[in-house]
Design a protein around this ligand. Structure first.
Ligand SMILES: Nc1ncnc2c1ncn2[C@@H]1O[C@H](COP(=O)(O)OP(=O)(O)OP(=O)(O)O)[C@@H](O)[C@H]1O
Ligand SMILES: [Mg+2]
Length: 372
């Protein structure tokens, strides 16, 4: 998959940008605060309908403007497609091939992108919510059924919590109906998450070993409320847990156990990486996890996502930089941001590299690397 044209209007410090992107490596370079990350953030937002650095879409609309528009044409297999997102004060409107999409599940999964950004470094140390968010975002892009059940689950959970607050008029029958549906959706989310984490573990270990040049072992433990592959047994166990927790749930007016509390823990050589791995090792682990997700999406959809690497090369040691460079050299389309072009690229004159100099929200120069 590759993006051919990218158009951005009133997005952060980008007033207007109309850019042709090349296959291979696209490097956006320039001084701090010029709009490099904004450009790749807009691509990520087109793919996932949300940013990698804010949960508030309004922040992405240029100051003093009512709305921001991002548009791109991209090649997927033998098809030429387009995605458009309009961000305004009310939220976002998504178009696929100029047609407005009513459901998120219809829009997601067309343009595929994977990012590795400075924010990812804190993945292991951050809250379970952030790790669940990663699973939800990626699985939503992979499986429309996942988005459907995720939205349903969230709605049912809200209904259940609202019911728990009604002490005087508490309706036990209604609770049973909600619980049943909640567990049906939970099972779908659980199954996909379990599959995904097992895949990540296998691939991330191999990638991490390649990046570090050592035989380190990564293990990822999925922490969930019921680990049961048979649907009937899953639902039965779920009902038992809900019954056992009912008094506590009523007291707290909140559902204490469920897949909304899922998490995963990463171990480096059997030690919890969050506490024992160095800052650089944690960065390497999260990079390996993201690249593993890249491989899983490629294998599952038979399409290679756009790979976004924001400010990565300044943060990794030389060994990892060189290995990462070897890895991305074979990819369809990679978008990289950096303040100065890393010296590693200077040795690779024959690679398919395009340079874009970014200044004050504009691309002021675009050239092929081997011409300059
Ligand atoms: N909503 C907005 N409207 C206008 N400008 C914005 C908005 N949000 C952020 N900016 C501006 O965008 C600029 C930051 O852009 P960006 O994060 O892309 O920088 P960068 O080139 O990646 O820099 P660095 O090298 O420091 O990572 C800042 O100057 C910031 O003030
Ligand atoms: Mg940046």
């Amino acid at each position: 998959m590759k993006i051919l044209q990218l158009k951005i209007k009133h997005f952060r410090n980008i007033d207007f940008l109309d850019l042709n992107l090349n296959p291979g490596i696209n490097i956006f370079y320039g001084n701090n605060g010029q709009g490099k990350t904004n450009i790749v953030e807009s691509v990520y937002t087109l793919a996932k309908t949300q940013s990698f650095r804010t949960h508030h879409p309004k922040e992405m609309i240029q100051y003093d403007q009512e709305e921001a528009t991002i548009y791109c044409t991209f090649e997927k297999g033998k098809y030429l497609k387009s995605n458009t997102i309009i961000l305004n004060k009310l939220g976002k409107i998504c178009f696929l091939n100029q047609t407005k999409m009513k459901k998120l599940s219809e829009y997601l999964g067309e343009l595929l992108a994977i990012d590795f950004t400075p924010e990812d470094v804190s993945l292991l140390k951050s809250s379970p919510k952030e790790r669940r968010h990663l699973l939800d975002v990626e699985l939503s892009a992979l499986f429309p059924i996942y988005v459907k059940h995720l939205i349903l689950f969230q709605k049912l959970l809200e209904q259940r919590n609202a019911l728990l607050k009604q002490i005087k008029t508490f309706n036990e029958e209604l609770l049973k109906v909600i619980d049943q549906q909640l567990l049906e959706s939970s099972f779908v989310l659980f199954q996909r998450r379990k599959w995904f984490i097992a895949q990540i573990q296998d691939l991330a270990t191999k990638i991490y070993q390649k990046l570090s040049g050592q035989s380190d072992q990564l293990t990822i433990e999925y922490k969930t409320f019921i680990d049961e592959n048979n649907k009937e047994s899953y639902i039965q166990k779920g009902e038992e847990i809900f019954l056992k927790n009912l008094e506590k749930d009523k007291e707290k007016t909140f559902t204490n156990a469920g897949v909304h509390k899922d998490d995963f823990v990463v171990y480096l050589n059997q030690k919890e990486a969050e506490f024992y791995a160095s800052q650089g090792q944690q960065r390497g682990i999260t990079l390996a996890i993201k690249l593993a997700i890249f491989e899983i999406i490629t294998a599952t959809t038979k399409e290679e996502p756009i790979l976004i690497l924001d400010d990565v090369f300044s943060e990794l040691d030389d060994q990892k930089c060189l290995k990462l460079l070897q890895y991305i050299a074979k990819k369809n389309q990679v978008l990289i941001t950096c303040t100065s072009i890393p010296s590693y690229f200077k040795q690779r004159e024959n690679e398919n590299v395009t340079l874009y100099q970014v200044s004050q929200g504009k691309v002021i120069e675009r050239r092929m690397f081997n011409n300059g």
